[in-house]
Design a binder for this molecule. Structure first.
Ligand SMILES: [Zn+2]
Length: 170
C-alpha cells in the first residue's frame, strides 16, 4: 500500500475517534444509532429488491436517512451503519444523490475504491476503538468474547485484532 493510501486510512481512523469524543459516545458496545442521530441521520431498516444491497444513505439538507438491510444479521447491520456514518463524515460532499451500498464491502477490501477502504477503516475504529480493544484483549484474550463485547462479527473482530498486531492471523 502506498503512503498516500496509508495516510488517508489514518485520517479516517482519526475522524472516527474525533466523532466519538465530540459526541461523548464511549464504553461498549458503541451506540452507533445514537451517534448517527447526533450527527443528524435517522436510521431505518429496509428491504431491497436486490438482496446484495446492504444499505445506503440518502442525504437531505441537514443530515439525512441511513437505511440498513433488515435481512442482514444484527452485527452486519451495525457494521454497515458505522460504514455509512463514515461516508457521511468523510465523503458527503462527493455524493449529493446519496450512496447505495453493495455487498461485501468488509470481506474484500482489495476490491474496493479508496473511499470504501476509508469508510471501513472508519467503521472499524468507531465500533472497535483501538484503546478499548487493547484493554479488552489484555483482559480477556479471546476473539469470541471481544466480538460479543463490541457487538461485531467474529470476522470483523478477528480482522481488527490482526490489524492492531494483537493476533498473527485472522
Ligand atoms: Zn461504502
Amino acid at each position: 500500500m502506498d503512503q498516500e493510501k496509508r495516510q488517508s486510512i489514518a485520517r479516517a481512523e482519526r475522524a472516527a475517534s474525533t466523532v466519538l469524543r465530540d459526541h461523548g459516545v464511549h464504553g461498549t458496545p458503541i451506540n452507533a444509532v445514537k451517534l448517527a442521530e447526533a450527527l443528524g441521520y435517522d436510521v431505518y431498516q429496509a428491504t431491497f429488491k436486490d438482496g446484495a444491497i446492504s444499505g445506503g444513505v440518502n442525504f437531505q439538507k441537514n443530515g439525512g436517512r441511513i437505511y440498513l438491510n433488515q435481512n442482514d444479521s444484527p452485527t452486519r447491520q451495525r457494521f454497515t451503519l458505522a460504514h455509512e456514518i463514515g461516508h457521511c463524515v468523510l465523503h458527503r460532499d462527493k455524493h449529493e444523490n446519496g450512496i447505495l451500498e453493495r455487498i461485501d464491502m468488509f470481506r474484500d477490501p482489495e476490491n474496493h475504491s479508496q473511499e470504501e477502504v476509508e469508510a471501513n477503516a472508519f467503521a472499524a475504529n468507531l465500533l472497535m476503538p483501538e484503546q478499548l480493544v487493547r484493554e479488552m484483549w489484555k483482559r480477556w484474550g479471546s476473539t469470541e468474547i471481544l466480538a460479543d463485547i463490541f457487538k461485531v462479527s467474529l470476522s470483523a473482530m478477528s480482522y481488527r485484532l490482526y490489524n492492531l498486531h494483537l493476533k498473527g492471523d485472522w
